[in-house]
Design a binder for this molecule. Structure first.
Ligand code: SF4
Length: 329
């Protein structure tokens, strides 16, 4: 059984106007998203800003209530649990936030920050100090960090504190929301390696959200590509990177730098703005920017279909790369 399942998840936010806050529409932030994540796996979620990936992460962690659909943790539908069950479940699923400075209370010492979760979940018994010391060591911080405040640390060290807090109560799943995008490139790889080490050591399952495809490639087993609230491609990382099917994935990948100076790749520049999630285009949501667009794309929405590789690689395009191979429309 998967550790985490997302089933037909939708999250719509009302758009209001005037002093009476009359509702005039919806923002379709996440629109019918489904996937499973297995024990010890890392599922990367990529897409441009505004594609719904952070909203999806917040629905998974319970910060947002889905408009429709289910989040199942170990097969239990989170929405059907009572308050006590939800609190118990919240131990099993944690989040690492993008901005380590914003997510840590600047008025609290590191000891207070780490202790807070133990207190909330009534686990602050004897031996807690030793446990917290062990946590600091695990994320590469010295014991004298306890008495310091967040501003006394570098960005990378603050993210280490965020990671220590996330793993403090032995979760099964961690949703990592752009955990390295606010850090220097030299620090990013150290934090990614720390996450990989902890995953091996503790058997953690990650949902890793990022706009940076090279970062996601480094850490993910499988990848979900999102565009305007929809999944457009999903599959093993090696296939999504090595043989992308969807024109949007292809365009995103074309912008990733290649380490080999001998190798060249066509850079695909996406034309036009991302359409509004309040008024998504009819048919294929990507059709206003797709270089292979055909008549059917403007009226009929393509569904995710198996690519036939036998690996669960799916793609939502009427032509599944056939127009591309034929040299374009
Ligand atoms: Fe492009 Fe049409 Fe495929 Fe959408 S369905 S990605 S518009 S070719």
């Amino acid at each position: 059984m998967p550790v985490l399942s997302v089933r037909h998840l939708k999250k719509y936010f009302p758009v209001t106007q005037g002093v009476l806050l009359r509702q005039k529409g919806w923002v379709y932030a996440v629109d019918d998203v489904s996937f499973d994540v297995n024990q010890g796996e890392t599922l990367g979620i990529v897409g441009e800003s505004g594609c719904g990936k952070t909203t999806l992460g917040r629905c998974i962690i319970g910060l947002y209530t889905p408009t429709h659909g289910q989040v199942l943790v170990h097969g239990n539908d989170v929405s059907s649990l009572d308050r006590a069950q939800k609190k118990a479940l919240s131990l099993k699923i944690q989040m690492i936030f993008q901005d380590p400075f914003e997510s840590l209370d600047s008025r609290q010492t590191i000891e207070q920050i780490l202790k807070e979760k133990y207190v909330i979940h009534k686990k602050a018994g004897r031996g807690i100090k030793e446990e917290m010391t062990g946590l600091l060591g695990r994320v590469g911080l010295a014991e004298d960090s306890f008495a310091k405040f967040p501003h006394e640390f570098s960005g990378g060290q603050r993210q280490r504190i965020g990671i220590a807090r996330a793993i403090s109560l032995n979760p099964d799943i961690i949703v990592c929301d752009e955990p390295v995008s606010a850090l220097d490139v030299s620090v990013q790889s150290k934090i990614l390696n720390l996450l990989l080490e902890l995953q091996q050591e503790l058997g953690l399952t990650y949902v890793f959200i990022s706009h940076d495809l090279s970062v996601v490639k480094h850490i993910s087993d499988r990848i979900v590509v999102m565009y305007l609230g929809k999944v457009v491609e999903m599959g093993p990382a090696s296939e999504v990177y090595g043989a992308p099917r969807h024109p949007y994935t292809l365009a995103l990948l074309s912008a990733v730098p290649i380490p080999d100076p001998e190798e060249t790749r066509e850079r695909i520049t996406l034309q036009g703005e991302i359409p509004s999630v309040e008024h998504p285009p009819a048919g294929c949501r990507f059709h206003t920017r797709c270089r292979y667009v055909q008549k059917i794309c403007k009226t009929t929405e393509p569904q995710l279909a198996d690519c036939g590789t036998g690996t669960g690689h799916v793609n939502a395009c009427h032509f599944d790369g056939r127009l591309r191979e034929a040299g374009g429309a």
